[in-house]
Ligand binder design. Structure first.
Ligand code: PLP
Length: 442
């Protein structure tokens, strides 16, 4: 028996077998406990203890485990849709449920296309993304993604959609105040739309706060306010991909709230079920629905497991757990984590430390003065990950520059339920891991 699997940092084939989990801890088959400082892949926002999820699953399974959403609905689908409409900003009131973040993005891309076709603008095809953005592994979502490492072999299958640079203040070369820089960076979108011809552009997609490729990079709010203005001016739909940063991760319910901007569509996943079931959502603004409802042929789309009653019942239970108290804990523990990482500010291999809510990104560089990236062959991020892991802390690493688009980094995104003691242990372990690798590199 074998399983086709290759982990991002290449740590196969003898990865640990996890048989149990609770709170912030994963437990291996040998009884070893590992602190999950990445909440899986920024998923397990409520920690690993079920908090009633097991009962909800059993109850729903005992009633009805599956219905086709082509013709039927079910109480959890109706209840969750109502809750999501109430939780999300503006008139994002309509929900399309699917199973993964990638599918949520695919659905948003198709909806954007349908919207323009329904309004008589069928030449609007392109979905502008950003270099280093990540929106999913499926071919449409990957086409809109600028994460070069994940695109390489699949390029022949991808749509050749244009991209702007990332919202990455640490590496911006614009001058002026943070607000002026943000305005200039957002201007790249306007320039590109004009170059391409606005009549050919369907949508712009972005992670409001970057996740896997450049953890926690985020601009001054002016950036997204400009994005909103530009999209409105040129009739381009703005899709905010909050698959990773939605549901409290950045200290607000949705990351777009930091920028005071309401997107046309919002994609959600991960924290929506806090990892207990595969489920995702595409939220759509009311204004977009009118032309779609009148169109003869629109949104001919769906997945067998869309709105699966068990997964939906889990999400319906989980979203109620994102209370103001939980979000306050996320913000406090995030501050505590960066305070604990303070010794790294003087490290000769740390270029930037970024934090928003309970999401922390540490960027490793060969020269903090110039920001020069490490030679990817050194695998600095893997070395740091391994050191921390040996000490029982699982983090979310990334790096391995391809075409110069990525540097070495590590993300901390523990459960939002994180306790103070565990937060201290995470930062202590990461500081030690970085310091060890720094010494080895000298
Ligand atoms: N969008 C963002 C911002 C993500 O971070 C991810 C996954 O990490 C996805 C989309 C894809 O989600 P999934 O892996 O559930 O398909």
């Amino acid at each position: 028996m074998s399983t086709l699997y290759k982990w991002g940092a290449g740590r196969d084939p003898d990865h640990p077998v996890i048989t149990d989990a609770y709170d912030e801890y994963l437990v291996t088959e040998d009884g070893e406990e590992i602190i999950d400082a990445a909440a899986g892949a920024a998923v397990v926002n409520l920690g690993h203890s079920p908090d009633g999820v097991d009962e909800v699953m059993a109850e729903q399974a005992s009633r009805v485990g599956y219905t086709s959403t082509s013709y039927f609905t079910s109480p959890p689908v109706d209840s969750l849709s109502e809750k999501l409409a109430a939780m999300t900003p503006g008139s994002l009131n309509t929900t399309f449920l699917s199973n993964s973040g990638s599918e949520a993005v695919e659905s948003a891309i198709k909806l954007a296309r349908d919207y323009h076709v329904a309004r008589g603008e069928p030449e609007r095809e392109a979905v502008i993304g950003r270099w280093q953005g990540y929106h999913g592994a499926t071919l449409g979502a990957l086409s809109a993604s600028g994460n070069t490492g994940r695109r390489t072999t699949y390029k022949p299958y991808l749509q050749d959609w244009p991209k702007i640079g990332p919202a990455y203040p640490y590496r911006w070369e614009y001058s002026g105040s943070p607000e002026e820089q943000a305005k200039a960076a957002a201007g790249e979108l306007e320039t590109l739309i004009k170059q391409e011809g606005p009549e050919t552009v369907a949508a712009f997609i972005a992670e409001p706060v970057s996740g896997s490729s450049i953890p926690v990079a985020h601009p001054h709010p002016r950036y997204y306010q400009e994005v909103r203005r530009i999209c409105d001016e040129y009739g381009v739909l703005f899709i905010a991909d909050e698959v990773m940063v939605g549901f409290g991760r950045t200290g607000t319910m949705f990351a777009s709230e930091h920028f005071d901007v309401v997107p046309d569509m919002l994609t959600l996943g991960k924290g929506m079920s806090a990892g207990f079931a595969p489920i995702s959502a595409t939220m759509i603004r009311d204004e977009l629905l009118e032309p779609l409802e009148d169109a003869e042929h629109s949104f001919y789309h769906g997945h067998t497991f869309s709105g699966n009653p068990i997964a939906t019942a889990v999400a319906d239970h989980v979203v109620d757990r994102y209370t103001p108290e939980l979000l306050a804990n996320a913000r406090a523990r995030g501050e505590q984590l960066v305070d604990g990482l303070a010794p790294l500010r003087d490290s000769s291999i740390v270029g930037d430390i970024r934090q928003l809510g309970l999401m922390v990104g540490v960027e490793f560089v060969a020269d903090p003065e110039t920001g020069e990236a490490f030679d990817p062959d050194l695998g600095v991020y893997k070395q740091i990950f391994e050191r921390a892991f040996e000490e029982g802390v699982y983090t979310y690493p990334g790096g391995g520059s391809v075409d110069g688009h990525r540097g070495d980094h590590l993300m901390l995104a523990p459960p939002l339920t994180l306790g103070e003691d565990v937060a201290d242990e995470i930062s202590r372990t990461v500081v030690n891991a970085v310091t060890d690798v720094e010494r080895d590199l000298e």
